[in-house]
Design a protein around this ligand. Structure first.
Ligand code: MRU
Length: 352
């Protein structure tokens, strides 16, 4: 199943992740502005999935624009690029994908507007296919770190729903399971949006992976009891020094893992690495509506006027990771060197 795809009617089709696990429903968009809204409202979420959704959004913008000349089409696309990039600020895959689509559109060899439109759609389709291939490659490297009998603590949702298909950290778990390793997964529920209990548990149900949902606050309890042997989570942006920005709560489980001598890994494609940002503290952290804390999915826990804060991500300093899993391999410390080499290897500069 693909989380996001292009339809024959020139629309972007996505799984509506707000409705899982109760209903597997899809939504379709024929306006790139609605794709931007779907990203901010978390109809689609997860760094790789929002990157590819934005790429399809750019292809949609190309088709929506009726301009006959390349110059006017590019002007329209530049506006679309700004709107899509603003949809969520932290995951660099979003900006990376949109900038990449603008580079494709600006290719001087494309001298007709129709050629630009075709190139945009072909590139978005290629990025979607590449995402799946990259995830499987990462999973193969990561699965080698998982042993028979492991209990893996996992945070948020990093599976097929967070990507086009297969997943990053949950993809590693899936591959280890498919290899026949006897593993168990503890899924942090991941408040306030509950990506762990709603989405990761749904995926484990589909795939037959043994799991238990645990309250976020129980992670330390299970680690201290010796019931956790690996900690895995994804990344929304990785700084040049290896600091990882990921779903709120990742930092505390990484610290607890180190305290309890449990190896902790972040799993992400090299498109999540931002070498222009030296450390995690320079990465913008999205603050979401406090209503999500007061009333998750409309279930009021406290009155509307109670004060709340809702940071969507946190920074885990690089010292807490035993390794970083990418499509190029499992990167060892020092991460400043291994990340730069991995990005060079995976994304060689485009020839003029
Ligand atoms: O707010 P979300 O659900 O988009 O946050 C998702 C995460 O933090 C994931 O861990 C990250 O995007 C990696 S998903 C492959």
């Amino acid at each position: 199943m693909r989380t996001v795809e292009w339809t024959d009617q020139n629309r972007v089709r996505m799984v509506d992740q707000r409705r899982i696990p109760w209903t597997l429903a899809h939504v379709e968009y024929d306006d790139y502005r609605d794709v931007a809204l779907a990203i901010s409202d978390m109809v689609v979420r997860g760094a790789p999935a929002i990157g590819v959704s934005a790429a399809f959004g750019m292809a949609l913008a190309g088709i929506q624009c009726t301009a006959l000349d390349v110059g006017s089409l590019l002007e329209y696309l530049e506006v679309a690029a700004v709107i899509l990039k603003k949809a969520r600020p932290t995951a660099v895959n979003l900006a990376w994908a949109v900038d990449h689509m603008m580079d494709v559109a600006r290719d001087e060899r494309l001298d007709r507007a129709g050629d630009v439109r075709e190139a945009l759609l072909a590139e978005a389709e290629r990025m979607a296919d590449a995402d799946v291939a990259i995830n499987k490659q990462m999973a193969a490297y990561g699965a080698a770190l998982i042993h028979d009998g492991d209990t893996i603590l996992h945070h948020c949702n990093t599976g097929m729903l967070a990507t086009v298909d297969y997943g990053t950290a949950l993809g590693v778990i899936r591959m280890a399971h498919e290899q026949g390793k006897k593993i168990h997964v503890l899924l942090d529920e991941t408040r306030p949006r509950l990506q762990g209990s709603r989405l990761s548990a749904w995926e484990c149900e589909q795939l037959g992976i043994p799991y238990d949902i645990i309250p976020d606050t129980a992670a330390g309890y299970y680690m201290r009891r010796g019931e956790v042997t690996r900690v895995l989570f994804g990344a929304d942006r990785v700084a040049a020094n290896g600091d990882v920005v990921n779903k709120i709560g990742s930092y505390q489980i990484a610290v607890l893992a180190k305290e309890n001598q449990i190896p902790c890994y972040s799993v992400f494609p090299t498109s999540t690495v931002d070498l222009a940002i030296p450390t995690g503290d320079k990465i913008p952290i999205e603050e979401r509506d406090p209503a999500e804390v007061r009333a998750p999915y409309g279930c009021a826990i406290v009155p509307d006027h109670y004060h709340a804060r809702n940071p969507a991500f946190d920074v885990t300093p690089h010292v807490y990771f035993s390794g970083l899993v990418t499509e190029v391999g499992v990167l060892p410390p020092p991460f400043a060197d291994s990340l730069a080499a991995a990005v060079r290897h995976a994304q060689p500069p485009v020839e003029a």
